[in-house]
Design a protein around this ligand. Structure first.
Ligand code: GDP
Ligand code: IMO
Ligand code: MG
Length: 424
């Protein structure tokens, strides 16, 4: 069985935890988009890992992991992550494969990301992770990128780098008043990572095709979330890749006919990091309370996450765009102790009731949520193992989410550890 796992909100839904659990019954775990802007947390025993670029399945010693062609790879970040894993006794050797078609994030991408954000500080800032993700994907589309596999051909690589850098330096100097990068230093940077990177590189689409023929089970690990998708999210406050289901196909080279299930991961409430519209966002004490209780601080940048009520309008949009066949609901424990819990079931925009996600930035930013209120529960649910052990109010809340999203809930998470998971 092959499954795609997708964030159905604005990222940080708890994908890392679910990937780690599902990886146990999978052969190959595949990252297909994004880069080290992601931060996927896995906790077991007394250990905590935050993975940015390497699939979360790597923590299972016998599983194979793929970084697909749709991912953007910062060589420095990748090797740092490999070293971090090695220092904890986890080896990626012989079981991590990187697509030769994946694009390289080079230092000028990071610099451009930061400079652009700085220049937008007075208005229009996205609040990116400054990892160079946007500039790298922009180069890919503009056919000005360098790919991991290009490192195999030093003469060609040099020529391309020189050509690309000439344009980058013009932009850096003329628009951002930055001194630019010398060809020598950029080449030395790439040279330093050439060999270590190439030891992991192969034709991953062919590898996955052959694995599928041998009936190997594949799990596709989405990064970010549907509302951060460059096409289907809250544009322009999005990331620069397709975080929704299509990204898995394009970004891995695997045919959609091989996919059996698409699981959506949602938090029992909503969070977002960075700028952009967020209709159900809390304010004041409620924000502080949920942020602290849910430990809502970015896994990649440490920034405080914005928190709000569950938004069924955006989640329904994610259900439709991705064709979600099942749901994992995370962090239900964080809602314990609230006298009442709200769910946004629709929006009101300029006096009109809207039930379906409005694509226009102005419509979403100007929408007020229409809430349904449900009773909360006081019990600590962090030790619950079975459906029938949940307080009645928690069961009613989950049932309501299922009805509103017209998708069965398969997993409920009640804590960050592997064992704090209820399978329905
Ligand atoms: P991802 O990017 O979707 O993998 O999510 P992150 O790892 O960025 O953020 C999710 C955070 O919530 C991590 O710190 C997890 O350890 C934590 N977490 C996951 N599931 C639960 C849960 O059910 N309850 C609580 N309290 N924390 C959880
Ligand atoms: P995971 O995989 C939450 C957000 C950034 C910013 C926007 C664009 O851990 O869920 P970028 O650096 O990608 O150009 O930033 O996207 N963002 C995320 N938010 N979780 C993530 O990943 C994110 N990756 C990017 O905060 O608003
Ligand atoms: Mg995260």
């Amino acid at each position: 069985m092959n499954r795609i796992l997708i964030g159905a909100q604005w990222g940080d839904e708890g994908k890392g935890k679910i990937i780690d659990i599902l990886a146990a019954k999978t052969d190959i775990i595949v990252r297909y988009q994004g880069g080290n802007n992601a931060g996927h947390t896995v906790k077991f025993g007394k250990k905590k890992y935050v993975l940015h670029l390497i699939p979360s399945g790597i923590l299972h010693p016998k599983k194979q992991c793929v970084i697909g062609n749709g991912v953007v790879v910062d060589p420095e970040a990748l090797l740092q992550e490999i070293r971090m894993l090695e220092s904890q006794g986890v080896s990626a050797r012989g079981r991590l494969f990187i697509s030769e078609q994946a694009h390289l994030i080079l230092p000028y991408h990071r610099t451009l990301d930061a400079l652009r954000e700085e220049s937008l500080a007075k208005g229009g800032m996205i609040g990116t992770t400054k990892k160079g993700i946007g500039p790298c994907y922009a180069d890919k589309m503009a056919r000005m990128g360098l790919r991991v596999g290009d490192l195999r051909y030093p003469a060609y690589f040099r020529e391309r780098l020189e050509f690309v850098l000439r344009e980058k330096n013009q932009i850096l100097k003329k628009i951002y008043n930055h001194p630019g990068f010398s060809f020598k230093e950029m080449l030395a940077f790439c040279e330093k990572y050439r060999k270590p990177l190439l030891t992991y590189t192969r034709d991953t689409a062919l590898y996955l095709y052959q694995a599928a023929q041998k009936k190997k089970k594949m799990l596709f690990e989405g990064a970010q979330g549907t509302l951060l998708d460059v096409d289907h999210g809250t544009y322009p406050f999005v990331t620069s890749s397709n975080a929704s289901v299509g990204g898995a196909i394009i970004g891995s080279g695997v045919s959609p006919t091989l996919i059996d299930e698409v699981m959506g991961v949602v938090k029992a409430y909503t969070t977002r990091v960075g700028e952009g519209p967020f209709p159900t966002e809390f304010s004041g004490r409620m924000m502080e309370m949920i942020r602290n209780k849910g430990e809502e601080f970015g896994s990649t940048t440490g920034r405080p996450r914005r928190c709000g009520w569950f938004d069924a309008v955006i989640a329904r949009h994610a259900v439709r765009i991705n064709g979600l066949s099942e749901l994992a609901v995370m962090k239900l424990d964080v809602l314990s102790g609230l006298p009442e819990i709200k769910i946004a079931t629709a929006y009101r925009y300029q006096g009109k009731l809207i039930k379906d996600y409005p694509h226009a930035h102005c419509a979403l930013a100007g929408s007020q949520p229409v809430y349904e209120t449900m009773p909360g529960w006081n019990e600590d649910i962090t030790g619950v193992k079975r459906w029938k052990d949940f307080p009645a109010a928690a069961r009613r809340y989950l049932k309501r989410l299922e009805d509103l999203l017209e998708t069965p809930i398969k997993i409920v998470s009640v804590g960050s550890k592997r064992e704090q998971t209820v399978f329905l």
